[in-house]
Design a protein around this ligand. Structure first.
Ligand code: IMP
Length: 186
């Protein structure tokens, strides 16, 4: 793919860097208020939430540990595979922790539904979910995040950690992806 084709797939910016930064600052304050000085374990769902995790963990002031899991629900392209696979688990037991799952986007809700069930079975002190983006119109399973920074329509979005075929994660903003057949190839 040429740079020109790569850039052609970025249809338009829908959430700017500044808007993301402001929403994260607010979310950090809400988390601080919710836990009131009690330690938390932030669990990021790789790969899409890695940028959000880096920013949200610096927006909270309560004592904070971080952990990573990898869940895969998309194959190359923009269509869900319909199957959620945990490909990397936490490196510690989350028993007795106040756990917050940090997710990039809730789409069908399958990934978080499965993850919550899995982490709940390990007896955390509490379990909440924070997501940067929410696409409620795409929901297949009944799932509601505890904190959602932006609700968006049914666009396929890229940037700020979110990818299309592993590209665009490094964009500092959220953009709508331009599904153009000619420039869709890697
Ligand atoms: P769900 O299980 O259908 O809710 O999907 C969650 C995962 O699908 C997210 O963590 C993303 O990795 C991926 N995903 C869903 N919508 C988008 C999108 O618009 N752009 C990029 N990835 C997406």
């Amino acid at each position: 793919m040429t740079t020109q084709e790569y850039e052609k797939n970025i249809k338009r910016v829908i959430i700017t860097e500044e808007e993301i930064a402001a929403a994260i600052k607010e979310a950090g304050k809400k988390i601080d208020a919710m836990y009131d000085g009690h330690p938390i374990l932030l669990v990021s769902v790789l790969k899409g939430a890695f940028v959000f995790m880096a920013d949200i963990c610096r927006a909270v002031t309560v004592p904070c540990e971080i952990g990573f899991m990898c869940a895969k629900s998309y194959y190359n392209g923009t269509e869900s595979a319909g199957v959620v696979k945990i490909t990397m688990d936490l490196d510690r037991d989350n028993k007795d922790y106040h756990v917050i799952i940090v997710e990039d986007i809730v789409d069908t809700g399958r990934t978080l539904n499965d993850l919550c069930r899995m982490l709940c079975a390990r007896n955390p002190r509490s379990l909440r979910v924070i997501t940067l983006l929410d696409k409620p119109s795409r929901r297949i399973v009944d799932f509601k995040p505890d904190l959602s920074l932006f609700t968006i329509p049914d666009y396929f979005v890229i940037g700020y950690g979110l990818d299309c075929a592993e590209y665009y994660r490094n964009l500092p903003y959220i953009a709508e992806y331009n599904e153009c057949k000619d420039c869709d190839k890697k």
